[in-house]
Design a protein around this ligand. Sequence first.
Ligand code: PLP
Length: 427
Amino acid sequence: MSNYDLSTKCIHSGYTPSKGEPCALPIYQSTTFKYDTTAEMGDLFDLKAEGYFYTRLQNPTNDAVAAKIADLEGGVAALLTSSGQAANFYAVFNICEAGDHVVAASTIYGGTFNLLGVTFKKLGIDCTFVDTDASEEELAAAFRPNTKAVLAETIANPALVILDIEKFAKVAHDHGVPLIVDNTFPTPVNCRPIEWGADIVTHSTTKYMDGHAVQVGGAIVDSGNFDWEKYGHKYHGLTEPDESYHGIVYTKQFGKKAYVTKATSQLMRDLGSIPSPNNCFLLNLGLETLPLRMERHCENAQEIAEYLDAHEKVSHVSYAGLPGDKYYELAQKYMRDGKTCGVISFELKGGREAAVRFMDSLKLAQIATHVAATRTMVLHPASHTHRQMNDEQLAEAGVSPGLIRLSIGIESAKDIIADLEQALQNA
Ligand SMILES: *Cc1c(COP(=O)(O)O)cnc(C)c1O
């Protein structure tokens, strides 16, 4: 599908029906697949032949959606997981083991921050967190001889910090390490990190890709660009025989698809975390309308960010579409037409009490711990995600008591603004 525009790929990539076959992607809700001879099945277990045998490893519905996402990101292959958390876990664990080290942007999603800072530590993998806005020299100082990966988010959730992808890619590559970029918020509609030097792209497909808040899922896309063999023993899991597969060498046998093949045949085999075919079907429906929805999310968010920015009760708005925003220039460079996503954060002059009154007065926007869906959702970090912290700790975490996170839906902007206005009057 390489010559088509993104909106055409969103509909057609990954599944091409033959004569008499269903136009919509079928749901292969089956754990297993039948063969005629012992030898046929044996070859599949040896990775000598391609074919389906057990859904934990491969399933036609899941694979079609994975192929679509790989195509949208401009990668060579993709693997779907049961959550975004599982995607980031596999993306790193596929090339790291006990004794290794990872460099990550400090503004990454809280779940990923804990995964790298706490859980990986228990597995013997260390992580150094770096300021996302750090200079090349400051970034370089975080590297060690055993550093195996760099991870950052194109648009950080919820900090809305925009990554200078080229800067991170350069420093990672100078140290012979791949850059993993979590591209959940902009989606490939607004940004394609591989074009800027990212080697691996991950997603929480739970967010805009699904877009309707109906399934939890994740994806890992391999650009096929990182030269694993160049660094000798460093990525030995990819370049040396895998004893659990009769000594196959992934880079030799699978070339540009070595990384995803290893993640599938080793990590998925041993750790599970596959999405159900039914969830992949739902994700695929979301992907078909992704460009239309992203356009509307961004249009609405821009209008609402401007409205909030001009409001007397609001002290500050973070949205990279506002010319005064700290990340406006980076958004102009890396995002399609400067468009980012539908998430805005803003600060009420009245602090915590005003924020609570504002939240409780909303009639259309729903209080929910989710973002990136068709409906407008709102969260008060001081009362919700950061509830255990006192005002002093909140300040250290960069979350003020009056901060509100708004995920703008695709309803009419006029109706959303009317709801925000009556709630602001009560705040
Ligand atoms: C939500 C999110 C995750 C975690 O994804 P789940 O699907 O909830 O497991 C990871 N990264 C980012 C940027 C997210 O927004």
